[in-house]
Design a protein around this ligand. Sequence first.
Ligand code: SF4
Length: 422
Amino acid sequence: MQESLPVAAASPLSRRTRQARAVWGSNVVTIGGDAPVRIQSMTNTDTQEAVATAIQVKELALAGSELVRITVNTPEAAAQVPYIREQLDRMGIDVPLVGDFHYNGHRLLTEFPDCAQALSKYRINPGNVGKGEKRDRQFAQMIEAAMRWDKCVRIGVNWGSLDQELLAQMMDENSRRADPWDAKAVMYEALVTSAIESARQAESLGMDGSQIILSCKVSGVQDLVSVYRELARRCDYALHLGLTEAGMGTKGTVASSVAMGLLLQEGIGDTIRVSLTPQPGEPRTQEVVIAAEILQSLGLRSFVPSVTACPGCGRTTSTTFQELAKQIDDHLRSSMPVWRAKYPGVETMKLAVMGCIVNGPGESKHADIGISLPGTGEAPAAPVFIDGQKAMTLRGDNIARDFQRIVEEYIEKRFGHVADHA
Ligand code: SF4
């Protein structure tokens, strides 16, 4: 038999970018460089409603968002930004605010210095800063505000609002090519060029290149991969990743996960946002949960203990294990805002909830704590494995409650003392 080599382990590549700093007061959140891939989100409240906006920012931050973007579209909205910051500070919510500007950002940042100061980062869309000669002047005003207040910027190109003059010029140039590119290739080139030229322009105005983050958002998975690969090849600015208008529910979740998963595996992306359209009744925080799952499933970061559950099959006709897996998962997620501080490292814990004896004991042994529930026809007993060893067997009607108690005792024992001595 031919000697075989060990199967190589897959892991995301790393790509070194420059590091931006989102600063407010004495706080700072770094993006790019050696920082972990950051999760961002965006509110959908009216920014003029300062209290409602501060509450949603708080919810997003507690769910795990490390930067939260708010729309700053009118003088009334700009006037409320310092109050939103103030309320967050009062609530102890340490999350930087990113201002999303279109069309009038140059005016708002100049006329509302308290707003310019309260924000930690400005999002500038080069396609929406004005036309012709005005464009350069207005873009410069925004960059000057960023430099004055020591803020980083995201130069965020979006294919729905691509600089039309640049696109027309590139289409013209393309028509003169002996062998013209197809329209899609020209669009990709226009997106990448718009982002990089705007960044160079900001640098020529005196902005530190490490304070510039780039994004080129499109709504197709393959388009996003094409554009970001090229962007990553041509520059070392930190990159913000996101599929724009990803859509609702399963479609939005899958498209965002696939697109970002492919790029993150290649080391591309320093901060991500899942642009999910919330379904009626769905909390805004769902986009943060999905972003965290993307990073955790790639092994890039850990946010919440993971629960491995089998899909179930004909060997188990009861839904007990599905209910238990959901109950445990919900409990872990809802406890994390408190556990994060109380039990450092708890987010790396692994649990397994399995439906029968076929894979149950094996999978459970690989987890920190695992339970193998009885399948159809098996004895009504559920062995529990702790750190790879069978620790006990649960029986009776309260298996779920007993297992939850065992999990909590394990967490206290294994992670509780870390905080005591920190
Ligand atoms: S562990 Fe048992 S119930 Fe779960 S999928 Fe495997 S065989 Fe089916």
